[in-house]
Design a protein around this ligand. Structure first.
Ligand code: ZN
Length: 186
C-alpha cells in the first residue's frame, strides 16, 4: 500500500484536537505535513537494491556487523523502540555489501512493529536473499511504551534472537557469534 499523505495529515490534525491541542497554533500548524513527509521518507527506505557478490576470495567464515543502530515503532502504542542490532551470516558462495545489512534492518524497522516479528523478518529476508549456511539476528531494544508509561522501566533492554541454519544446528558457531557480540548466552 502506498503512503496516503492526505490521510496522515487529516489523522494527525484530528489526533491533536483529540488530545485537546489547537492544531492551528503556530507550533503545530505544520506538524501534520511534517509527520506525513516523515512517513513518506520511511516508506522510501523500505526498498533498496540488495546487491550480491559471488567473487570474494572464498571467504567461508562468519560475517558479522554488530551494534547497528535500529529505530522502530511499537505497533501497540506507536511509540519508538530503539537500540542495537547484531547480524551475522555464514556465506555459501554469495555475500552482500555490508551496508545492505544495515539497510535490511532499516527496511523492516521503519513501520509499526513488534520486536519479535521484526527479528524474524530480518532473519528470513537475509536467508532468502543470501541463501547462506546460516544467519543470526539479535536485537537489544528499549521500548518507550515501557519506559514512559505503564510499568515505567527506563533503561531496560528487551533481547530477541532469530537463528537460522548452522547457528541453530552447530553449537560452536552459535557460541562464536555470542562471544563476538559480547553476550554469554541468549
Ligand atoms: Zn508498546
Amino acid at each position: 500500500m502506498p503512503i496516503d499523505k492526505e490521510k496522515i495529515k487529516q489523522a494527525i490534525r484530528l489526533f491533536l484536537e483529540g488530545i485537546g491541542e489547537d492544531p492551528n497554533r503556530e507550533g503545530l500548524l505544520e506538524t501534520p505535513d511534517r509527520v506525513a513527509r516523515m512517513w513518506e521518507d520511511f516508506e522510501k527506505q523500505k526498498t533498496f537494491n540488495f546487491k550480491l557478490f559471488e567473487e570474494f576470495g572464498n571467504y567461508n567464515e562468519m560475517v558479522l556487523v554488530k551494534d547497528i543502530a535500529i529505530y522502530s515503532f511499537c505497533e501497540h502504542h506507536l511509540l519508538p523502540f530503539f537500540g542495537k542490532a547484531h547480524i551475522a551470516y555464514i556465506p555459501d558462495g554469495i555475500v552482500c555489501g555490508l551496508s545492505k545489512l544495515v539497510r535490511s534492518v532499516r527496511a523492516f524497522a521503519l513501520r509499526p512493529q513488534v520486536q519479535e516479528r521484526l527479528t524474524n523478518e530480518i532473519a528470513d529476508f537475509l536467508a532468502s536473499q543470501l541463501k547462506p549456511k546460516g544467519v543470526a539476528v539479535v536485537l537489544e531494544m528499549e521500548h518507550l511504551c515501557m519506559s514512559m508509561r505503564g510499568v515505567m522501566s527506563p533503561g531496560h533492554l528487551t533481547v530477541t534472537s532469530a537463528l537460522r541454519g548452522i547457528f541453530l544446528s552447530d553449537l560452536r558457531t552459535r557460541e562464536e557469534f555470542l562471544k563476538l557480540i559480547d553476550r554469554p548466552a541468549l
